[in-house]
Unconditional design. Structure first.
Length: 595
């Protein structure tokens, strides 16, 4: 057994132990993808919850254990490193122990509730495995690192609005979801349309994390039961099949100056695109629906001074940002349902405008502003629950050219700033108001091609579960890097390249829902292509992931490149099955089927 070295609690801790032939590649939870060379690394459970009645007289909850199991061929001496962030885990008194040649056990001990405020607290543990050195400073084994989410509820819960995220997944593939509500601590079973969950954990009285099995396409009611009977939960999971969308080039209703937001509803098969025009008061939201085998532009109403847009988690609202207001539109009709304005978007900085939006699973949306001459701020806007849609909390801290993003499960929102390298900021939906936005240990600047611009260029992009983040960064040089859930760099994809003698630059990027691939759009004179990289086996910080070179890659999308330059906003989204890319730029929207 090896003990953890204690570091500052606000920061994190690292534990290195030699797991002799005991740790190999794999994933985070049941249903994870196998690593390379037949190796598979699985941790179970991948989620841990602790509860204390109060922070004055309650004893410390007992420790919990996570088992790391390895299958596949083994060779040489293998190492593991455990990294812990957040305030829920007692770093000094947690440990890892090798049990035998194929198993290790991580013991997780919570901190005393007397050291915490009443409310929700959280930690994230990443278990990193390699066969290079005790620090695992080089390439990792396929599937590493694994993520263990730790939640800690101290005192009575504050129920969030009921939610399910993601509410849509891929048919015939197991997947993970996060349930938010109340009365969850006593839940003893979770089922999807009558089929039991593969695994579930009551993280607290207000959150459950569950894995559903591979199911056919359809809509599945979620049933929760306890020893006292059913537990109320009204959300349903919808699974959509692969192979239903056709490739296409979609024209804008009016030739735009830039693209201002992108969202996709996989149930109605509707793509929402913000259209930024040379006269901003004429900006539009365009919706394209795939029906009867073809894409059709269904609506394109004017939304004056549109800046960005996002779908609510239940897909019932399209939330749009203008320069100074938050609008809620009906996704079906694009008719405005409500408008709300933060009182002080640009009262202190006259040129500030609203900019970024990330919807989280606590019923909030994190909204940021930006300014070419000063720093922006952030607000929390209530999207779901009895108070919706008119509650705004803020403003809070100021940020320099913030770029925001978050995973489909709504667990967090991440903010990366421009200018000089600064700590990445994060909003945790489980801890909510306790933490607001807190700094992480990793400092960098997002790489923005035009200094002082407020458009959403080079946002942080995530897989469905939030275990991997891809962002364009600057810290001594420009690079595009993939990070784990604790913001450790795992590897890189190209920022630029040569096609013959033609220079090409990465203009947009995305991660597949299952965290197996990263996709980049590269453009240059006469060149426009999509490249794919296998991100299951991390090569190490500063090293490039292996490119996917199977038939069909790279994908040549000339002559109808969706973007004219890297200086205009370009976004890539994937559908839940991960077989279709939506690429929107200032010239057109491309729907690209993957090989």
């Amino acid at each position: 057994m090896a003990g953890m070295s204690a570091l500052a609690r606000a920061g994190g801790a690292a534990l290195a132990a030699c797991l002799l032939a005991a740790c190999h590649g794999g994933g985070d939870t049941p249903g994870a993808n196998p690593g390379t060379a037949g190796q598979q690394f699985i941790v179970t459970p991948g989620n841990i919850g602790f509860v204390a009645a109060n922070n004055t007289g309650s004893p410390t909850p007992p420790s919990r254990s996570v088992t790391a199991t390895v299958s596949g061929p083994t060779s040489g001496t293998l190492f593991a490193r455990l990294v812990v962030t957040g305030d829920a885990v007692d770093i000094a008194n947690s440990s890892v122990q090798v049990l035998n040649a194929t198993q290790a056990r991580v013991t997780i001990r919570p901190v005393s509730p007397t050291s915490l405020a009443v409310g929700n607290h959280a930690s994230v543990i990443t278990l990193i495995v390699c066969d290079t050195d005790p620090a695992c400073s080089g390439p990792q084994i396929g599937g590493s690192p694994a993520t263990i989410n730790v939640a800690y509820q101290v005192g009575p819960p504050t129920p969030p609005p009921e939610s399910l995220a993601p509410s849509v997944g891929a048919a015939s593939v197991a997947g993970n979801v996060v349930l938010r509500g109340t009365g969850f601590a006593s839940v003893t079973s979770v089922s999807f349309g009558g089929t039991p969950a593969v695994d579930f954990t009551a993280m607290s009285d207000t959150e459950i994390r569950a894995t559903y099995p591979a199911l056919a396409a359809g809509t599945f009611g979620i049933s929760l039961t306890s020893g006292l009977g059913p537990v109320a939960f009204g959300q349903s999971l919808t699974l959509v099949p692969a192979g239903t969308l056709a490739a296409a080039t979609l024209a804008y209703p009016t030739p735009p100056q830039n693209m201002r937001g992108l969202a996709f509803d996989p149930v109605t098969q509707t793509l929402f695109v913000g259209v930024g025009l040379s006269t901003p008061t004429n900006n539009q939201v365009a919706s394209y629906t795939f029906a009867a085998g073809a894409w059709q532009l269904t609506q394109s109403p004017t939304v004056q001074n549109l800046r960005n847009l996002a779908l609510s988690l239940d897909r019932s609202r399209l939330v749009a940002l203008t320069d100074t207001s938050i609008l809620e539109l009906s996704p079906a009709s694009l008719v405005m349902q409500a408008t709300t304005a933060p009182a002080n978007v640009n009262t202190t900085v006259p040129d500030a405008t609203l900019k970024g939006i990330v919807v989280t699973n606590d019923g909030q949306a994190l909204i940021t502003s930006s300014s070419p001459t000063s720093t922006g701020q952030h607000w929390l806007y209530t999207v779901a629950g009895p108070a919706a849609p008119h509650t705004i909390t803020g403003p809070f801290n100021s940020y320099t050219f913030p770029q925001t993003g978050g995973p489909d499960n709504g667990t967090r929102a991440v903010l990366v700033q421009g200018g000089a390298a600064q700590p990445i900021q994060q909003y945790n939906a489980f801890t909510g108001q306790i933490g607001q936005i807190t700094p992480t240990l990793v400092a960098l600047s997002h790489s923005h091609p035009v200094t002082g611009r407020v458009e959403n260029i080079n946002l942080p992009e995530f897989d469905r579960d939030g275990t991997r983040m891809l962002v364009a960064a600057f810290n001594g040089g420009t690079f595009h890097a993939v990070y784990d859930a604790n913001f450790a760099e795992l590897g890189r994809v190209p920022s630029s390249d040569l096609v013959g003698t033609t220079a090409v630059t990465t203009a947009a990027y995305a991660i597949s829902p299952d965290a197996t691939r990263a996709f980049i759009l590269q453009i240059g004179t006469g060149v426009c292509r999509v490249r794919a990289f296998d991100i299951r086996t991390p090569p190490g910080a500063g090293a490039q992931y292996q490119e996917v070179t199977t038939t069909g890659f790279p994908i040549n999308i000339t002559p109808t490149c969706p973007s004219s330059a890297i200086t205009t906003p370009t976004r890539i989204l994937l559908n839940p099955p991960g077989d279709t890319l939506f690429i929107a730029g200032d010239l057109s929207i491309r729907v690209v089927r993957l090989p």
